[in-house]
Design a protein around this ligand. Structure first.
Ligand SMILES: [Fe+2]
Length: 507
């Protein structure tokens, strides 16, 4: 999602934060009279503008590439990141790119509207510093700043120091954990799942879309209620976790913000920098690897029949790219597992958003062909795990605690949409670790078809269902001494209780 060249309707204005802010002497204000403030850039100095909303992302090679992103509350001059391998011993400033996002308030339906001082636009300053040629398997400490605010300068601000760790060089690591959820939003449940990530201290976190719900409607139409300022709350909420653990987002339907360019992703391109390696500005569609795991992020809006604003917008390019990436990863002897993550559900029995026929038709045959090990999605605000599926059918029953061999059995699909943004429900009772119903009757699945029609079919693969906030934690162990590589997939509730556990093992 990188690139300063975004010109979505002229809304992203690279370099507009470069004008030097001027400090003016404040004059007394009568508290009972309305005042019209001067433009903020004329009344603030850099020293008064504390960075916030830090979030990290890996580049395509996480052993060497990390992107540090953050926000400032007003225009600043010469933003930078300083890094070092010892806390307090930072190197020279590395310049950050400024992506200024201007959003008209007339698009929006603000929660509060306080007259008479009412802004007509919201201006957000997103900063991104792309670090390359880092040392593998190394903890780096960093601070972010700008002219007038240097946490590593004369007045060291230890509270501003954060850290990250690069991945081991491919083939060198001893195993790692990653976490995943979708549909997080803002609030105490969203913060709680974030705290759970912090406690697990994963190598990275996958976010399967529907991030802030700043676009409350999620239809991708300009009639959606939208308030760009909610993105500030989202990044503030997640800063304690995302400032030290790279978050790798996929695109959800609520990320279609049609005010920002033809695909509606101009805002996402301003806020996030993820590997830009499918094609130029292939927002949310990218591939990377972490040790022995190949990862692919897809944009489900491209195949989504029930929210069709961006249906077929890549004109087949995404499917073609997906096949080439799957083929390359499966041919790579250093890759054991392929994990695909996206927002919409290929298979799910939760009725609220159902399952996507487009994903079943376009992508599932490729997941079969290249033996994708795990597909993670959100969209339905529940947890659900399928038995392994091939050609649309379960190959065998895999209860919690069992082991799947994807080579023989097929692909396991997991819905983990309990990140915090409200909960949905199943048409039949939950069944999960320690609360198995033992009821194997077929379960109805609603699928949307092209044109908005729906059909209901009965399926037998819905093995684990849990209605509650949760995340997925995956512990990856490389093969060694004759033992095959393994992924232990766990679903954990807000308080860390496991409601599902399955081992994915090749060989
Ligand atoms: Fe969604």
């Amino acid at each position: 999602m990188g690139g300063a060249a975004l010109a979505a309707g002229g809304l992203l204005l690279p370099g507009t934060a470069q004008a030097a802010p001027r400090l003016t002497t404040p004059s007394p204000v009568a508290l009972d009279l309305p005042t019209v403030p001067a433009p903020r850039s004329e009344r603030t100095a850099g020293s008064a503008l504390r960075p916030f909303g830090r979030h990290l992302a890996f580049g395509a090679d996480p052993s060497q590439q990390v992107v540090v992103s953050w926000q400032v509350p007003d225009a600043v001059t010469a933003p930078f990141v300083r890094i070092g391998v010892q806390p307090g011993d930072f190197g020279a400033p590395v310049a950050a790119e400024v992506r200024t996002l201007v959003s008209k308030l007339s698009w929006q339906k603000p929660v509060e509207d306080q007259p008479p001082v009412k802004p007509t636009t919201v201006t957000q300053y997103y900063l991104h510093a792309q670090l390359d040629q880092l040392i593998p398997d190394t903890t780096y400490y960093y601070v972010v700043g700008h002219q007038g605010y240097d946490p590593a300068g004369q007045h060291t601000r230890l509270g501003d120091v954060a850290s990250f760790r690069t991945a081991p060089a491919p083939g060198r690591g001893a195993g790692f954990t990653f976490t995943a959820f979708g549909d997080q939003g803002i609030g105490y449940n969203a913060a709680a799942t974030g705290h759970l990530i912090a406690g697990l201290d994963p190598a990275f976190h996958l976010h399967m879309g529907d991030l802030s719900y700043a676009n409350a409607g999620g239809s991708g139409k300009t009639s959606d209620a939208y308030d760009a300022r909610l993105w500030d709350s989202f990044f503030v909420q997640n800063d304690p976790v995302a400032s030290r653990t790279p978050w790798m987002p996929a695109i959800g339907n609520h990320e279609m913000e049609p005010w920002y360019g033809s695909d509606g992703y101009g805002g996402m391109r301003a806020r996030f920098t993820t590997p830009d390696n499918a094609w130029s500005q292939s927002t949310g569609i990218y591939s990377w690897r972490y040790q022995n795991v190949g990862l692919i992020s897809l944009d489900g809006n491209d195949v989504c029949y029930n929210t069709p604003a961006n249906l077929d917008y890549t004109k087949g390019k995404q499917k073609k790219w997906l096949e080439s990436r799957l083929a390359a990863l499966r041919a790579d002897s250093g890759i054991d597992f392929i994990v695909v993550y996206l927002h919409q559900c290929t298979y799910s029995t939760c009725h609220d958003n159902g399952a996507e026929l487009g994903a079943q038709q376009d992508w599932a045959p490729l997941f079969d062909k290249y033996q994708v090990d795990l597909v993670l999605s959100g969209h339905n605000h529940v947890y659900e795990r399928t038995d392994p599926i091939r050609a649309g059918k379960a190959t065998r029953k895999v209860a919690s605690g069992d082991t799947v061999n994807p080579v023989k059995d097929g692909t396991t699909y997991v819905v983990a949409g309990g990140g915090g943004g409200g909960l949905y429900s199943f048409p039949v009772s939950d069944t999960y670790l320690g609360h198995e119903t033992g009821n194997d009757k077929p379960v109805p699945m609603v699928v949307s078809e092209r044109g908005g029609h729906e059909q209901t079919v009965k399926v037998t693969w819905s093995r684990v269902r849990y209605t509650g906030y949760c995340l997925v934690a995956v512990d990856v162990t490389p093969g060694a001494a004759g033992k095959p590589a393994r992924m232990e997939v766990r679903s954990l509730t807000e308080d860390g209780t496991a409601v599902d556990r399955v081992t994915v093992q090749r060989g």
